[in-house]
Every structure is written in C-alpha cells, then in structure tokens.
Design a protein around this ligand. Structure first.
Ligand code: SF4
Length: 355
C-alpha cells in the first residue's frame, strides 16, 4: 500500500494496476477505474459501485482527486472559441482553450505555469516560468474541455494541442506521461495522431521524441529562416541555433517517417517578406513539412502587428514554388486573446496567475 495518496489524474493504467497489486486486488479493476473516471466522470471510489467495497475503501486512502476550478471563462464574439482560466490546487492558474472547427473541436492545453522561453511576441513569456505542471494537471485540462463538450451534447473530444502556456519539451516527462494517460484505451482513448505537441525548438526534446518513437504530431515554431532573425524573436535560438534545430528536425523526420508542422507567426514588416519566404523554402528543402502561417495575435507590450491577408497569400505562393505545402490559419478568438501557436495571456490576466 502506498504511504502517500497519489493524484488520480496522474495515474496511467499501469500505475493503477500497481496500486491494485499492492492492495491485493486483481489488476483487471484498473480498466474499470479508468472507465469510471474518464467516461463517466466519477472520481470518488465510493461511487464506483461495481468495485468491491473493500477495494473502494482502500482506494480512498491511495488516491486523491483534486479538481481544477474554473476561475473565469470567456467566449469569442464568433462563438467558436472559449477560453477558461483554471485554478490549480496551489492557487496558480492556467489557460485552456476549446476551439470549434467545422466538424471537430480541439482543446489547446497548457504544459507549464508561465514559460522560460522568452519569445518576444508572447504574453506568457512576460510571466517567466512559475512552475511545471504535473501530468495530472495537464490531463485535467483535457478532462475539463471534454466535459464542456459533452455538456453541450457534442461528441467526445478527439483533438488536443499542447500549444497553451509553456514549452511542452521543457516539461518532457510530465507531458509524455499525460499523453499516455489520455491515450489509455479504457479512458479517453485519444489517438496519438490526434495530439500535437508544439515546441519553440528545444533540440534535446525533439531528439528524444524521435528516439522514443513518440507518435504524437510535432509542430516547431520557427518564425524566421535565418539564425540572426530568429534569435531576435525567439531568444532560445541562441542556445539551440537554427542549423542545429533543422538537423534535429531532419533526424526526427527520418526516424519517424512523418512530416513536421512548422509554425510561422506572420508579423507585418518583420518576417513576411518575399526574401524570407524564399529563404524558408530553401531551408525546408527535402524535409517533409507543412507550414502553418498564422497572422500574429497582437499583445500588450509588443508593437508587432499582423501581416495583411494579401501579404500572407504572397508568402504562401512563394513557399508553393518551393514545393512546401502551407496553410494560412484562421486566427481564433482574437477578442479573447486566445490565439493559435501560442496562447497569449492578456496583461490583466497576469495578476491572476502565479499566486
Ligand atoms: S510562444 Fe510558447 S515557447 Fe514561446 S514564450 Fe510563449 S509559451 Fe513559451
């Protein structure tokens, strides 16, 4: 039996089996437990009626089920995007966004409270890193988004992107543990191919993803096609230079035999010229890739503005000449500061965070 209760949402099926073993119960109950928690929303062992009473009693001592609290929520004016400010047990707060597209919904979840990466156009960067999220705290954001969907009578959530607050590869173990829990067949049963992890270019993490053959999608926030330009927008490029980053991406693509998504926040007059599009086309030559062009989401304390639709299309046309497929992404929830690629925290929200 475990001395200290463990968070229910941090437990994969194998962890539950271990707890059951230690309590002297058959491992088969692990799948039932996952079903209760993730499909029926039942977190108290006492309410898991078809488990033996003695097991329910032991589980009460072995696990805790801290819930996230909704501190605030706001919906975009187009009705397609809803942002939640969720409170953690220690008073810190993170943002989770639920985005509705034509036939599907996607949850954008956070991996850290704040972020250490310092990207100049990102409001989360202005907080610095407050702390890492646990696997359970990442899982709970998805559970919350799924609950919201099913409450609205919609199908279960199938798509998750780790593009919220934080750099997922700077919290590798907790993120990968969370993904394994989300993919538990008896639980939410998400498919790894429906989960996308976005990194600003943490090279050791990219190599590790490839070497461990993690089957999630990889998105790399590039934003510039030369080292000098990139270092101005993404300070960690000084630690992990562009040429090494692209070499790591080639290693990943070779080993995983799959394409990489490259994110490019289009900033008017900064990284949207024909020359930069050409350089990007050359940089990605021979690398299976898809470029997501995202007109910048404006934030306070950064004076960059989004590229016009015409400039974005011109950029895209140049990439096409280099045989690089790309999409000009819709900016979702601009009026609630919930953009794609990075989750911008409005300045006034910062006082809610990092208590
Ligand atoms: S864009 Fe992403 S990696 Fe960069 S500072 Fe913001 S949260 Fe961190």
């Amino acid at each position: 039996m475990l001395d200290v209760p463990r968070s229910l949402y941090s437990l994969a099926g194998s962890d539950l089996e271990q707890i059951l073993d230690s309590c002297g119960f058959p491992r088969v109950h692990a799948a039932r437990l996952l079903k209760y928690v993730y499909r029926e929303g039942i977190c108290s062992p006492w309410d898991m009626r078809d488990l033996p009473a003695t097991l329910r009693s032991r589980l009460e001592d072995a696990i805790t089920a801290d819930e996230l609290t909704v501190c605030s929520e706001v919906q975009s004016s187009d009705g397609f995007t809803r942002k939640y400010l969720l409170g953690l047990a220690d008073g810190c707060r993170v943002e989770t966004v639920l985005m509705h597209f034509r036939e599907r919904a996607t949850a954008c979840v956070s991996s850290q409270v704040g972020c250490a990466m310092g990207c100049v156009f990102c409001a989360t960067a202005q907080m610095g890193l407050v702390r890492q999220l646990t696997a359970g705290e990442i899982v709970q954001q998805v559970v919350h988004a799924n609950h919201e969907l099913t409450e609205q009578g919609q199908p279960q959530l199938r798509n998750v992107v780790l593009m919220g607050m934080g750099e997922p590869l700077h919290n590798y173990d907790a993120v990968m543990k969370a993904i394994s829990i989300l993919c538990e067949p008896a639980g939410l049963a998400l498919a790894p191919r429906h989960i996308t992890l976005s990194t600003v270019g943490v090279i050791p993490g990219i190599i590790r993803l490839a070497d461990e053959r993690q089957l999630v999608n990889l998105a790399v926030s590039l934003h510039a096609a030369t080292q000098e330009e990139r270092a101005k927008l993404v300070p960690v490029a000084r630690a992990w230079p562009l040429d090494e980053l692209i070499a790591a991406c080639r290693h990943y693509a070779d080993k995983m035999e799959r394409r990489i998504f490259f994110e490019w926040a289009l900033i008017d007059g900064q990284n949207d010229s024909a020359e930069q599009a050409t350089t990007l086309g050359q940089l990605l030559h021979g690398l299976p890739s898809h470029v997501n062009l995202i007109p910048l989401n404006p934030i306070a304390n950064y004076d960059g503005t989004p590229t016009s639709r015409d400039s974005a299309k011109r950029f895209q046309a140049i990439l096409a000449k280099h045989d690089i497929p790309s999409t000009i992404r819709q900016r979702r929830g601009i009026d609630i500061a919930a953009g794609c690629g990075q989750l911008a925290v409005k300045n006034e929200a910062r006082k809610w965070l990092a208590r």
